[in-house]
Design a protein around this ligand. Structure first.
Ligand SMILES: [Zn+2]
Length: 257
C-alpha cells in the first residue's frame, strides 16, 4: 500500500478547512433563538368530583363566532378572551355582548396587530412576520393593552402573543412591562383549522386543571360546533370553568409539555 505523500494530505486538509470556513458562517448567521410555546395549567386540587378547567378564546382578527358565545352565555361557561386591537375595532357589537356579560368573560391583550413575539428582522412564526426589535414588541403590547382598556374600562393583566410562540427575550420584556404571559395545556382547534370530530376528541382528553385554547374569530370554521359538543361532554363530567384572573396559573408539569 502506498502512503499518500504529506503534501497531498496537507492539500486535502487545506481544502477541508477552506470548505468549512465558506459553509459555516451562513449556518451561524441563521442560528436564531427557537421560539417556545408556553404551557401552563391551573393549580387546583385534583378531585374527580370537582374538576376545573379554563377556556381561553383568541380573537386574532376577522369576525365573531356568535353561536359559540351564545352557547357560553346560555350555559354559564366562563372564558378568558384574548383580543387584538384590530379585532376590537372591527367588532363593536361583539365587544358590547362580551362586556355586557363581564361576569362570564374577561377580555385580555392579544396585541395590537397580531404580530408574534419573536424579535429580529425576517423572523416569523407559521408564516407571520415577527417584531423587528424590542421597541416594536413593546408598542404591540402597549397599544393592545390600551385598546382593551378602552373597550372594557379595565387594564388587562395577561398577554398572549400571536401564535402563542415567544422568544425567551420577548417573555422577559412582556413580564417586565407588568403582564403575565398566558399559556395553555390543550390546543383544541389548531388556529380554527380542525374538524368538529377532532376538536371533540381533543376536548375529551381534558383533565382537571387544563387550560384550553381555541378561537372565536372564525365563524366559518368547525370551532363552534366542535367546542359546543366537547364542552357539553365536559359539563356532563361536572367540570367547572374559571377565568384566568380567578385562578392560580402555574407552569405545566414536564410530562404535559
Ligand atoms: Zn391569535
Amino acid at each position: 500500500m502506498q502512503l499518500l505523500p504529506d503534501t497531498h494530505v496537507n492539500a486535502r486538509m487545506k481544502y477541508l478547512f477552506v470548505t468549512l470556513f465558506i459553509v459555516l458562517p451562513p449556518l451561524v448567521a441563521i442560528a436564531e433563538p427557537r421560539p417556545i410555546e408556553v404551557h401552563q395549567v391551573l393549580a387546583v386540587p385534583g378531585t374527580a368530583d370537582d374538576s376545573v378547567a379554563a377556556l381561553t378564546l383568541d380573537a386574532c382578527d376577522g369576525a365573531f363566532d356568535a353561536d359559540l358565545i351564545r352557547f357560553l352565555i346560555d350555559n354559564r361557561i366562563a372564558a378568558t378572551i384574548f383580543a387584538t386591537k384590530k379585532w376590537l375595532n372591527h367588532n363593536p357589537a361583539a365587544v358590547s355582548l362580551l362586556t355586557a356579560h363581564s361576569d362570564l368573560f374577561d377580555i385580555e391583550n392579544h396585541g395590537a396587530n397580531h404580530v408574534p413575539a419573536v424579535i429580529g428582522r425576517n423572523r416569523e412564526v407559521y408564516g407571520i412576520r415577527g417584531e423587528w426589535d424590542v421597541a416594536h414588541l413593546k408598542r404591540e403590547v402597549t397599544r393592545g393593552a390600551e385598546a382593551v382598556n378602552a373597550a372594557t374600562g379595565f387594564p388587562p393583566q395577561w398577554y398572549r402573543g400571536a401564535t402563542g410562540e415567544y422568544d425567551p427575550e420577548a417573555i422577559r420584556v412582556i413580564e417586565a412591562m407588568g403582564y403575565k404571559v398566558a399559556g395553555f395545556s390543550v390546543n383544541a382547534d389548531d388556529g380554527a383549522t380542525l374538524s368538529r370530530r377532532r376538536i371533540v376528541a381533543r376536548l375529551r382528553r381534558v383533565k382537571n386543571g387544563d387550560i384550553i385554547i381555541a378561537h372565536l374569530n372564525r365563524p366559518d370554521s368547525d370551532t363552534a360546533e366542535g367546542l359546543i359538543e366537547g364542552l357539553k361532554l365536559l359539563r356532563d363530567r361536572r367540570f367547572r370553568f374559571v377565568k384566568l384572573n380567578d385562578a392560580q396559573v402555574v407552569p405545566a408539569p414536564k410530562r404535559d409539555r
